[in-house]
Structures are given as structure tokens and as C-alpha cells.
Design a binder for this molecule. Structure first.
Ligand SMILES: *[C@@H]1O[C@H](CO)[C@@H](O)[C@H](O)[C@H]1NC(C)=O
Ligand SMILES: *[C@@H]1O[C@H](CO)[C@@H](O)[C@H](O)[C@H]1NC(C)=O
Ligand SMILES: *[C@@H]1O[C@H](CO)[C@@H](O)[C@H](O)[C@H]1NC(C)=O
Ligand SMILES: *[C@@H]1O[C@H](CO)[C@@H](O)[C@H](O)[C@H]1NC(C)=O
Ligand SMILES: *[C@@H]1O[C@H](CO)[C@@H](O)[C@H](O)[C@H]1NC(C)=O
Length: 363
């Protein structure tokens, strides 16, 4: 039964979940980016440390698909938007799994019910957004520029007729999404269109350390080998993650096995660059002036597997150093949460933490 319902979902793309107090609609926004990307797609710093001769230009316009949710009732924060950005091999559905059984796991609904609008997008290359023919075009500079350009656009023009322009945009990322906001903060500095950032499921990675995911079951596989029915025609440079258990707490009583099944069936794709360029978070965002908060799950197998998250205060001090100009920096370890903190039984706790940061930064 669940399997059939899920397959229908996959075929039809997506369903928008919305509560009584909240209205959601699907939007597609063309975004122009003009960036330099490293010729070497395995360059872990995404070209930030490269000479010009090692870079090439990507100048393109992408259709960015998203789900926009806003309260139906008047809200004090009607001019604030949360831009929600998913992690590697996920889509906008991470913020609102489109199945009735999982309505409880919708951060879009949670925050909308409490008066805050959100736009959950599919990254370039993922979900229903443009997927460039050449996967080498999809790197950190491309993804980050897409987010910044989109935010600038949404401060200048109404997202939908009858909706006011946004005065404040708060970036809320998960994993790769957090990394892209981080890259944008380094590149844009004081000119960043993001008034604040809430970065979940991402910590500083030692560029010389073992790659992310080593020691867990997570591994990249060409998408077309993983799911020929869905992706036979896709360039082998687009990858997915087959075994997704590492995204959940190691203790299997901490999440629903049906959520893991849903996750497997709705998994999406990304490129090698957007996986290996995550150590970008170890470089300082020297000129970013907004407020920054990080939220990480105590049971995050990739980032907290080495007891690193046990001493939250020490972790906060270590993470603060790459945000020297930020208005404020805070870090919370969500106890019991895994890497995909939105999808396990501690989701509501994670939502409360994320929302309280956004609410504070909205003032
Ligand atoms: C590309 O970058 C990676 C990581 O920095 C490096 O190990 C590799 O040798 C580089 N490849 C080329 C062809 O320069
Ligand atoms: C950049 O170019 C200079 C001068 O040619 C060279 O000395 C340096 O090693 C290069 N840096 C990188 C990261 O390739
Ligand atoms: C970059 O793209 C824009 C929009 O498609 C186009 O107008 C412009 O000519 C391009 N620039 C270059 C140098 O190719
Ligand atoms: C998993 O969590 C449950 C519930 O908290 C607990 O009873 C059980 O001992 C845990 N299992 C392991 C292997 O830690
Ligand atoms: C689901 O919603 C119910 C009722 O609001 C709540 O008690 C429960 O904690 C929620 N569960 C999760 C996993 O969020």
C-alpha cells in the first residue's frame, strides 16, 4: 500500500502539504548565474584557492522549482522569508514529505503555523529544477550563486501576485544546503542578501581528514546504475547515495522504518563536486555580517560519530572561529537527532530549535 502510494508520488512529482492556516503553491523562478568554477571538479575548495587559469566560466539561466508556503492569517513577519535548502541527493521534499502519514515531519508546516513563510527549493541539478547537461557545471560556486541571486530577486520582486516583497531573507540549510550558504557567505561577504543563516547538519570538515561518510555505509553511486528505471539516460556524472541509513541515528528505534523506505524511494541526485566541496566550511567567512546559528544532531553519524558533539560549548567555540564578523554565532546540539534531523522521531525538537533561531533573527 505505502509502496504504491509512494511510487505514484514519484511519478507525479510532488504533492503540496498544507494545513488549514497555511497556503502552499508550487513556483518556478528563472535564475541567472555567471560564475567561475574549477576545471578540476574534485577541487575541495570549489575554486576559491585556484588561479584564474584553473577556472572556467559558467554563464547560464536555470529554472529553480520550489514550494512556497505562507500563513493565511495576517502575520507580524509577513515580510520575512525562510529559504529552505536541502542536502545532497534530497529535494525540497526534505522540508515537507508529501505523504499524509508524514505531515508531522513538515518544517514548512511547523513554521507556517507559527507565522513564518518559506520557500523550499530544489537545487540546480536536483528535483524539478534545471539539470545541466554537463554535471561539471554543477559545483559549489554555481549552487551558491543560484541561492544568492534568487534571494536578491525575491527582495526586488514579488514571488507571486498579491504577495509583498521580502525585506528579510533567512537562509535555512541542511547539510549540502548549509555548505552552499557557507560558500555564499565567503564569496558575498557584507553584500550577502541573507540577513541571517541557520545551518543544520553541517560542521567544519578537516580538508586533510577522511572524506565525509567514511566509516559509515553511505557511498556515492552513479544514479543510472542505482535506479535504471528512473535515470538510465542520465550522465554518469550525476550520483546518488544508495544506502541511506547513515543519515539516521544508529539506534533504529529512533526513527520510523517507513520513513527510511520513503527516503529510499524518493532519493534524488547530485554531482561529485557538490559532495567533495563540503570542506569549504573550514574556510573563514571573513566579511559576512549576519547572524549565524548551527544545529547538529547528537546522533549524526557523519559529523558527530567521533564524540565531537558531546561538549556543545567546546564545539561552538571551534565553529565560531570561521565567522569572525558575524553579528552573533550560536550552536545547539539537538539531543537524539540524526543527520536528517527533520526525518526522525526527534524532528519536533529539531523544528523548535530551528524555528526559535529564525524567529529571533526575524525581529
Ligand atoms: C584535483 O583536485 C584533487 C583535490 O584537490 C587532487 O587530489 C587532484 O590531483 C586534482 N586533479 C588534477 C588533475 O589536478
Ligand atoms: C598560481 O600561480 C602561481 C604563479 O604561476 C604559482 O606559483 C602558484 O603555485 C599557483 N597556485 C595554484 C594554487 O595553482
Ligand atoms: C551571459 O549570459 C547572458 C544571459 O544569457 C547573456 O546575455 C550574456 O551575453 C552572456 N555573457 C557572455 C560573456 O557570454
Ligand atoms: C535504542 O534506544 C532505545 C530507546 O531509547 C533503548 O531502549 C535501547 O537500549 C537503545 N539501543 C541501543 C543499542 O543503544
Ligand atoms: C506528531 O504530532 C503529534 C501531535 O501533534 C505529536 O504529539 C508528536 O510528537 C509528533 N511526532 C513527531 C515525530 O513529530
Amino acid at each position: 500500500m505505502l509502496l504504491r502510494a509512494l511510487l505514484l508520488l514519484v511519478i507525479h512529482g510532488f504533492v503540496v502539504v498544507s494545513g488549514a492556516s497555511c497556503g502552499c503553491s508550487s513556483v518556478t523562478i528563472p535564475v541567472h548565474v555567471d560564475v567561475l568554477v574549477p576545471k578540476n571538479t574534485s577541487d575541495i575548495f570549489g575554486g576559491l584557492k585556484s588561479n584564474l587559469t584553473d577556472l572556467r566560466r559558467v554563464n547560464d539561466t536555470y529554472d529553480i522549482h520550489g514550494v512556497f508556503c505562507r500563513p493565511n492569517v495576517p502575520s507580524r513577519n509577513a515580510d520575512v522569508l525562510q529559504l529552505l535548502v536541502h542536502g545532497f541527493s534530497y529535494t525540497s521534499q526534505y522540508w515537507s514529505p508529501p505523504v499524509e502519514e508524514f505531515q508531522n515531519y513538515s518544517y514548512s508546516a511547523f513554521s507556517c503555523d507559527r507565522g513564518l513563510s518559506s520557500l523550499a527549493i530544489d537545487l540546480v541539478g536536483s528535483g524539478l529544477s534545471s539539470r545541466p547537461k554537463d554535471p561539471a557545471d554543477v559545483q559549489f560556486p554555481t549552487g551558491a550563486a543560484t541561492l544568492s541571486q534568487l534571494a536578491r530577486h525575491l527582495k526586488e520582486a514579488a514571488i507571486l501576485p498579491g504577495v509583498q516583497r521580502f525585506r528579510k531573507i533567512i537562509g535555512v540549510g541542511h547539510s549540502l544546503g548549509s555548505g552552499l550558504f557557507n560558500f555564499g557567505a565567503i564569496v558575498d561577504g557584507a553584500q550577502s542578501p541573507f540577513d541571517a543563516l541557520v545551518l543544520t547538519g553541517e560542521l567544519i570538515l578537516d580538508p586533510n581528514g577522511p572524506p565525509l561518510g567514511s566509516g559509515t555505509s553511505a557511498a556515492l553511486i552513479p544514479a543510472r546504475d542505482s535506479e535504471p528505471l528512473r535515470w538510465a539516460a542520465l550522465d554518469p556524472g550525476y550520483f546518488t547515495v544508495n544506502d541511506r541509513t547513515a543519515f539516521y541515528p544508529a539506534n533504529t528505534t529512533a526513527f520510523s522504518p517507513r520513513m527510511l523506505l520513503f527516503d529510499e524511494l524518493t532519493k534524488d541526485v547530485g554531482t561529485v563536486s557538490t559532495f567533495v566541496q563540503l570542506p569549504i566550511s573550514s574556510l573563514p567567512a571573513e566579511h559576512y555580517r549576519g547572524a549565524v546559528a548551527k544545529v547538529v544532531g547528537s546522533e549524526d553519524q557523519g559529523f558527530c560519530g567521533n564524540s565531537r558533539c558531546v561538549e556543545a560549548a567546546a564545539l561552538a567555540e571551534a565553529e565560531r572561529v570561521v565567522w569572525p564578523a558575524a553579528r552573533s554565532f550560536e550552536l545547539v546540539v539537538s539531543q537524539g537527532s540524526g543527520h536528517d534531523m527533520n526525518l526522525d522521531f526527534a524532528a519536533e525538537k529539531a523544528f523548535s530549535i530551528i524555528f526559535s533561531f529564525v524567529a529571533k533573527f526575524s525581529r
